[in-house]
Design a binder for this molecule. Structure first.
Ligand SMILES: Cc1cc2nc3c(=O)[nH]c(=O)nc-3n(C[C@H](O)[C@H](O)[C@H](O)COP(=O)(O)OP(=O)(O)OC[C@H]3O[C@@H](n4cnc5c(N)ncnc54)[C@H](O)[C@@H]3O)c2cc1C
Length: 382
């Protein structure tokens, strides 16, 4: 008996979901080409909050030790008044299981570096500064035409190209991200000695003022307010804008604010919502991560959901020896969507609700109750 033909996958996008699915497919012996639009494969951004269910996937990828060494683990969140008085400390649910911390804060570029290393070690072919201009599908496969003029033929294409996914539009899925009405100012800063977990202040001039330790020496800090016209804010004023918004807050904030001096280090981003409710594939092209769903980071679950997508998709694909039959592949990709949609919808809706309560000024909302119910479900393996 001859061995089955090696299966080939093109992954479009080298962010968290694209990198994760690449590593897992390579482990199953599948040939993977990954293309990334950016020529440096870097991510900008100050920090990221990774909860247990994200850590569970990172452990599956074999990068847990590096993540643990690089990040800052904690198991509770503090709720504070704007003057910095912490009036409630909530123990977090360990969504990745009792043997993982509830949360790790990390510098985003460090997480990306760890995932990129894992992709390179996996033996995937990586082409930076490259996009797919055209995807031509037939019964047997997909021909991709790349921006450098070359072509490739694949059994499957995985679109991991993020919130504004061009691939999503190319395969005729018309859903688009919509702004939620909120925006966030973020910055990396030295860690004040008092900052040992995330503390969130509600009820001040911003909807939320928060910070998260990202290593022994660093944190990222953020302030959430109503959307402003982006064109009206001069990037040269970003540090001044953020310092000004931070000024009314007490606790660790005066120390954090004093370090916000370089406008190039401050990031201003609107929150978006996206949920592709219908199938996440068309023929042999399938979406993962932010290309399929995104939510405001009020639960800090976007990357976690993206990593879980990658894990579930890779598990289903690896279990199937051949993807030659389009109808069998269609069944498999339908099962992937069915395994993901309810859980992702729950996270998107809960994240939106947490933001909407802020926008509507609801003071007696059951925030801990909603977070607790959502996190309890996320503890289940996806
Ligand atoms: C303000 C903010 C804060 C957040 N905080 C958290 C948090 O604390 N915790 C958490 O879990 N999640 C958080 N998230 C969500 C998280 O950042 C995303 O869910 C996650 O990055 C999605 O990963 P992805 O790989 O699907 O997409 P992306 O990270 O967007 O990666 C997409 C990749 O595809 C590349 N690309 C784009 N187009 C093309 C193309 N045509 N061809 C080739 N490559 C292409 C891009 O350059 C990029 O490298 C936050 C999001 C925001 C907006």
């Amino acid at each position: 008996m001859t061995d089955p033909r090696p299966r080939t996958v093109l992954v479009i996008g080298g962010g968290a979901s694209g990198n994760a699915v690449t590593v897992l497919l390579r482990r199953a012996g599948i040939t993977v080409d990954l293309i990334e639009a950016k020529s440096d494969w870097n991510v900008l951004g100050s920090g990221i909050t990774l909860q247990g269910n994200a850590l569970r996937v990172l452990r599956k990828l074999g990068v847990w030790d590096k993540v643990q060494e690089s990040g800052y683990a904690f198991n509770s969140v503090g709720l504070a008044t704007p003057d910095g008085h912490v009036f409630h400390v909530q123990q977090d649910i360990r969504t990745g299981g009792e043997d993982l911390p509830a949360t790790i804060g990390m510098q985003r570029p460090r997480l990306q570096e760890i995932l990129c290393e894992a992709v390179l070690v996996s033996g995937a072919t990586v082409r930076l500064g490259t996009t797919a201009d055209d995807l031509l599908q037939d019964e047997a496969g997909v021909t991709a035409r790349f921006s450098d003029g070359t072509e490739g033929r694949y059994d499957l294409v995985i679109a991991a190209d993020g919130l504004s996914s061009r691939t999503r539009a190319m395969i005729g899925i018309g859903d688009k991200p919509e702004p939620t009405g909120m925006a966030i100012w973020r910055v990396a800063a030295p860690r004040p000695a008092s900052v040992k977990r995330t503390d969130l202040a509600y009820g001040g001039p911003c909807y939320i003022a928060g910070y998260c330790p990202t290593s022994e020496n660093t944190i990222y800090a953020y302030l959430v307010e109503a959307n402003r016209d982006r064109a009206s804010i001069d990037p040269a004023s970003f540090a001044d804008e953020m310092r000004c918004l931070a000024a009314p807050y007490g606790g660790a904030w005066p120390e954090i604010a004093a370090s916000i001096t370089d406008p190039a280090e401050v990031n201003y981003t609107w929150f978006d919502r996206l949920l592709v409710e219908g199938p996440w594939h068309r023929g042999r092209v399938v979406l993962v991560g932010d290309a399929a769903h995104a939510c405001p980071p009020t639960l800090a679950q976007g990357a976690a959901m993206s990593l879980e997508d990658a894990s579930v998709l890779a598990e289903l694909l690896s279990a199937e020896e051949s993807w030659d039959s389009l109808s069998s592949l269609d069944d498999l990709l339908t099962r992937y969507h069915q395994r993901r949609i309810d859980r992702v919808r729950m996270v998107v809706e809960a994240s939106m609700q947490l933001g909407q309560w802020q926008l509507d000024g609801v003071r007696d909302a059951d925030v801990p109750g909603l977070i607790g119910r959502t996190m309890s479900v996320l503890k289940e393996t996806p």
